[in-house]
Design a protein around this ligand. Structure first.
Ligand code: HMG
Length: 400
């Protein structure tokens, strides 16, 4: 039985900040952010957006492509959740009008929980091949103003329908995983911003890659040379370059640096102009590769590396389905990215400082461009979500 992705959709906020302008405002050489870190723009979620609205926007598009009555589980992966108890998936389940017989829950392990959701989804579909699982990975990456992490912020969501009739990629069942208790990046409950030991986090990311790869080889007997492309968790694009050169060295690949770069450069385009989206980043990288590669990737093998600080990681592999292009909407994704509004550093700082009330008092959020769904406000400690006019008409979202 093949298990994999039958539909995949991206949503990212309509506002972005140019990292060149951020560098100028911080008195940093823009080349550091653009070349050294490898980021050009970062998405800035509006005050009436959060992981639920972004996730619902992505998921709305994904479920147009399948029979949604067959979705029996919604798994929401996030590390910027909006409630300690109630799962974000329940809000999305309601906004999308999914069946009440559907299971719905949230999972957590930093950026890696979307991959944990994928393992779970595949196991569920293997048990009931006629069912589908909707995975939503949605996050807002937030560090302190004027910190080293500031240029590696971003936000967005990916939604994937996992089934036994994949049309985009199928996954092999071997996963090489690695867990180690480290404090490279974390966010205590009382903080809105992550605490991070940046340089250490890069070292641990690379160590986790090496260990996951070794464990993957024990499971699969595959070799580096069998892979045509690689997708890495993308906190920023230079991280994937460092990771891929590192893996090439460990695997004793005889490919040149240029040949290695070609194996992952198409996976970087979207992240470079969106920024880190934590749980969604790896899968935004996969979508970027599939949407932007100028070759037909049918039958190509992709090595995938998922990393979540704290830390847990997995190396696994995917094969691109024959005719996958028919199941994608690259023009729609590129239209969404091109239509975004650039904001100034002052506007970004104003949005950054915006806080929702924490005493349960009535609050109505000002309306911004948020796609199909928005956070309308707070009432009696409850988040109130609403559907708004869609920017993209539904008929444009459905495949021919
Ligand atoms: P920093 O200390 O400001 O930067 O923070 P730097 O001094 O290391 O410089 C960055 C690069 O720019 C270096 O390149 C410099 O040489 C270069 P490298 O040596 O690495 O090749 N550079 C220049 N290049 C051209 N022209 C110039 C110039 N100046 C310097 N003028 C850091 C960088 C990434 C550490 C920081 O942004 C940070 O802390 N970010 C957040 C943490 C992070 O993203 N960690 C990644 C691994 S952990 C992870 O991926 C998990 C995560 O997604 C969370 C989760 O799992 O939930 C974060």
């Amino acid at each position: 039985m093949k298990l994999g992705i039958e539909a995949i959709s991206l949503y990212t906020p309509n506002k972005y900040l140019s990292l060149e302008k951020l560098a100028q405002a911080r008195g940093v050489d823009p080349k550091k952010f653009i070349t050294g870190i490898g980021q050009e723009k970062m998405a800035v979620p509006a005050p009436d957006e959060d992981v639920v609205t972004m996730g619902a926007n992505a998921a709305y598009q994904a479920i147009q492509q399948v029979d949604d009555s067959s979705i029996d589980t919604v798994i929401f992966a996030t590390e910027s959740g909006i409630d300690q108890s109630k799962a974000a998936s329940i809000y999305v389940h309601s906004l999308l009008g999914l069946s009440s017989s559907c299971r719905s829950f949230e999972v957590k392990q930093a950026c890696c929980s979307s991959t944990a959701a994928l393992y779970m989804a595949m196991s569920m579909v293997a048990l009931k091949p006629e069912k589908r699982v909707l995975i939503i990975a949605s996050d807002v990456a937030r560090y302190g103003l004027e910190t080293a992490g500031e240029p590696t912020q971003g936000g967005g969501a990916i939604a994937m329908v996992v089934s036994a009739t994949p049309t985009i990629v199928s996954f092999d069942t071997e996963f090489g995983s690695y867990t180690e208790d480290v404090m490279d990046f974390w966010r205590p409950n009382y903080r809105d911003e992550a605490v991070v030991d940046g340089k250490y986090s890069i070292k641990i990311y690379l160590k986790a890659l090496e260990e996951s790869w070794k464990n993957y080889l024990k499971e699969s007997n595959a070799s580096f040379g069998e892979f045509d492309y690689f997708c890495y968790h993308l906190p920023f694009t230079r991280m994937a370059e460092k990771a891929h050169f590192h893996l090439g060295r460990i695997a004793e690949s005889d490919l040149s640096r240029e040949e290695l770069a070609v194996q992952m450069e198409d996976s970087l385009h979207y992240n470079r102009i969106i920024g880190n989206c934590y749980t969604a980043s790896l899968y935004i990288g996969l979508l970027s590769l599939l949407d932007t590669a100028d070759k037909d990737l049918s039958g190509k093998r992709i090595g995938m590396f998922s990393y979540g600080s704290g830390a847990m990681a997995s190396f696994f592999s995917a094969t691109v389905c024959e005719g996958y292009k028919k199941a994608l909407q690259p023009e729609q994704n590129q239209k969404m990215l091109a239509a975004r509004e650039e904001i100034s550093v002052e506007e970004y700082q104003k949005i950054y400082a915006h806080q929702l009330p924490v005493d349960g008092s009535e609050y109505k959020t000002a309306q911004h461009e948020t796609g199909r769904y928005r956070l309308a406000g707070i009432s009696d400690h409850k988040r109130i979500y609403e559907a708004v006019k869609a920017t993209v008409p539904a008929e444009e979202l459905v495949h021919a």
